[in-house]
Each structure stands twice: as C-alpha cells, then as structure tokens.
Design a protein around this ligand. Structure first.
Ligand SMILES: *[C@@H]1O[C@H](CO)[C@@H](O)[C@H](O)[C@H]1NC(C)=O
Ligand SMILES: *[C@@H]1O[C@H](CO)[C@@H](O)[C@H](O)[C@H]1NC(C)=O
Length: 348
C-alpha cells in the first residue's frame, strides 16, 4: 500500500509497503520526471497493429528505421483506425493499460488498432517531436499505400502522449478526425503556446479528460485542451480509489507490472482507466455536466436550465464524439462528474 505523506515545495514523499517492507522515498517534483534528459534523441517508434483478424499477435511497422508498412497486411481502410500513445516511462510490452485499451476496442468494434511504442525514448519530454514525426510518417505511408482516410483516424494519447497526438495533428493541419487527450502532461506545457501542446485546432474534434490538473504539483495540465474538457471528481483532487486500488491493480504475484511510476501517479493514470471503461457500450456511462466549478456541480448549482440539453451534458470517453456537433458551445467550458472507486467507475 502506498501513502502520500505530503510535500514540501516540489519534493514529494511516498511511503510504500510491499510484502511488509516499508520504504520511504522522495520524488523531486514532477519536472524531475519530465526533464530527466533534456536532449532530443533519434530512436525508433514501433507500431503494433491489431485487428479482429489478429487480436493477439501483432503486425509491426518500425519508423523511421525500416519505414515499411508492407507487413501491415490486416490494415483495412474501411475501418476506423485507433492509435494509442503512452506517456512518460511506460513500455507497452509491460503495460496493462495498452493491452486493456486494445482489447476493449476490439471487443466493441472492428478497428485497426495501433499500439504506439516509443519506449526507447520514454524518459524525456524532449523526445515527443521525434515520436510525432514517426506517427506522421506512418499515417502518410498508409494514406498513399493503403488508402487511409484522415477522417477515420482517432489518436488517443496519455500524458506526454496527448501532446504527441497534438503535434501529429498539427502536421496534418487539424485534418485528423479525432484526438483524445488523457490527462495531457502539465509540467513544461502549462501556459506554453498552443504550437507546443495539444489544442482544439489539432483535429476535427478534440476531447480531453483531466484527472491530475493540480496547479504546480499535478502531472496533468491545468488548462482546457480540447473542444470539450472533462474533469472527473473535480480533476484536481484525489481520484476515488487512488493510492489503494491502483497498487492492488498493478501488483500481480509480487511483480509490479507498469513500474512504480504508475502506482505513485495514480490520479494521472486514472484518465486512462476511465477511457478504457468507457469503451464497452454495456458499461454505465460517464455522464458529465457543464458547470462553472466542481463545488457548484456538487451543490447542484449548474446553470443547466439555460442550456440545450445536448450542451448541458456530455459523455466522457469513447462516446464524447456525440458532443461534436455542439463543439462551439462546449469549447472553453468544463464538464464535471463523480466516479466510483473502481471499474467500471461510472454511475450511468
Ligand atoms: C474490411 O472491413 C470491411 C468492414 O468490416 C469488411 O467488409 C471487409 O471484408 C474487410 N476487408 C478485408 C480485406 O478484410
Ligand atoms: C522505458 O521503457 C523501457 C523499455 O523499453 C523500460 O525498461 C524503462 O523502464 C522505461 N523508462 C523509464 C524511465 O521508466
């Protein structure tokens, strides 16, 4: 079990107890994670394609190294193409999140699902343009060789992955169908120009989920990022179940599956858990309400009577796309909801 024991300035202290051994460790602010190595590097990004024809055994393209998309024989241009881009310090090969995302998508529909693996460069924010270039290259190849249609592309990115999705969207001048930002990274991006980070003009529709948007100390950005922005449980408080459930989820037979970072960054990863839970159409829905702030939301003080019902409420996650026709009225606002402690999280 992990206990957040407090912070002094930007030093975080965590106490972790695994198999009865208690260790206290400190993390020097969030910037320490994201600026570990300030220099951009050249490295390969791996694209693992799964479809209903190959739900478990991937077909792979490596960019820019081999540059070929010839092995992606199951790619089908009539389907929607989903790409999931992980964040700092994650390797999809050990990641429960990437696996769940892929499995839920393929259970829900017939898609081309790409799990984007930039683990070779996952230790620094400086590498995000390299990854965006690799994704741009893959998409361009698939356009020319396989008839991919940008309208049918949906990129979902967590943390630094959300900004990678944004940079990719900018390379296509916002013509990509949809981008979903899952707690877009905050440190190094708060207050920066939109050219550096995920913003509404990056795709035809941009939705974002904010679960660790705490000014100065949160790992998530403390600003709206899309045409519609969701703030589960206020977006800047502890997410229900965090620091307790997450650890039991990630520790399996004593092995920590996604690394310690996942466990200490529970609020930040909750955006991914929520998105995954939103994919199965049989789960309760994450219905959110437009409100000026979370306190008013809890007190029932949102001014919903004055709004079109389609603007007053929106569904977090996969079905946020239903709000696309109302983007002019949803942009710039905040949508709130509460969740339960564990899967499937939503109250319906
Ligand atoms: C591509 O997907 C469509 C729609 O599901 C399907 O009808 C078609 O048979 C698929 N093509 C191939 C080559 O699998
Ligand atoms: C990045 O991914 C690699 C696997 O390629 C993993 O071993 C490493 O721990 C990750 N980096 C960080 C900083 O967590």
């Amino acid at each position: 079990m992990i206990f957040f024991t407090g912070f002094i300035g930007t030093v975080y202290f965590y106490r972790i107890a695994l198999n009865g051994i208690v260790t206290v460790f400190a993390i020097l602010g969030t910037e320490a994670f994201l600026f570990w190595s300030p220099r951009a590097q050249q490295f390969n990004t791996k694209f693992n394609l799964y479809t209903r024809r190959n739900p478990a055994a991937e077909q792979t393209s490596v960019q820019p190294s081999d540059g070929s998309t010839g092995d992606l024989t199951n790619f089908n241009n009539t389907l929607i193409t989903k790409l999931y881009v992980h964040g700092y310090g994650v390797a999809p090969a050990n990641s429960l999140s990437s696996d769940s995302m892929k499995n839920e998508w393929l259970n829900a529909g017939d898609y081309n699902v790409f799990i984007v693996d930039w683990s070779e460069g996952n230790h620094t924010k400086a590498n995000i343009p390299t990854v965006a270039q690799a994704i741009t290259k893959l998409i361009t190849e698939l356009q020319s060789k396989s008839g991919l249609d940008l309208d049918k592309v949906h990129i979902v990115g967590h943390s630094l992955g959300a900004h990678i999705a944004g940079l990719t969207g900018k390379a296509f001048n916002g013509r990509i169908g949809r981008i979903s930002g899952l707690d877009p990274a905050g440190p190094g991006f708060n207050g920066k120009p939109t050219s550096d980070k995920l913003s509404p003009s990056d795709a035809q529709f941009v939705d974002a989920i904010h679960t660790d948007a705490v000014p100065l100390i949160g790992l998530g950005i403390n600003e709206n990022s899309g045409h519609i922005d969701f703030y589960p449980n206020g977006g800047n408080l502890h997410q229900p179940g965090c620091f307790i459930n997450r650890v039991t989820e990630v520790v399996d037979n004593g092995r920590i599956k996604e690394g310690l970072f996942t466990a200490v960054a529970c609020n930040h990863f909750r955006s991914v858990d929520l998105f995954v839970a939103s994919i199965n159409p049989n789960n309760p829905k994450g219905v959110a309400t437009q409100c000026s702030n979370f306190v008013s939301y809890l007190a029932g003080g949102c001014n919903v009577d004055a709004m079109d019902n389609n603007v007053a409420h929106a569904i977090l996650g996969e079905q946020a796309l239903l709000s696309k026709p109302y983007e002019k009225s949803t942009i710039g606002h905040k949508y709130y909801l509460t969740t339960t402690l564990s899967y499937p999280f939503f109250r319906g």
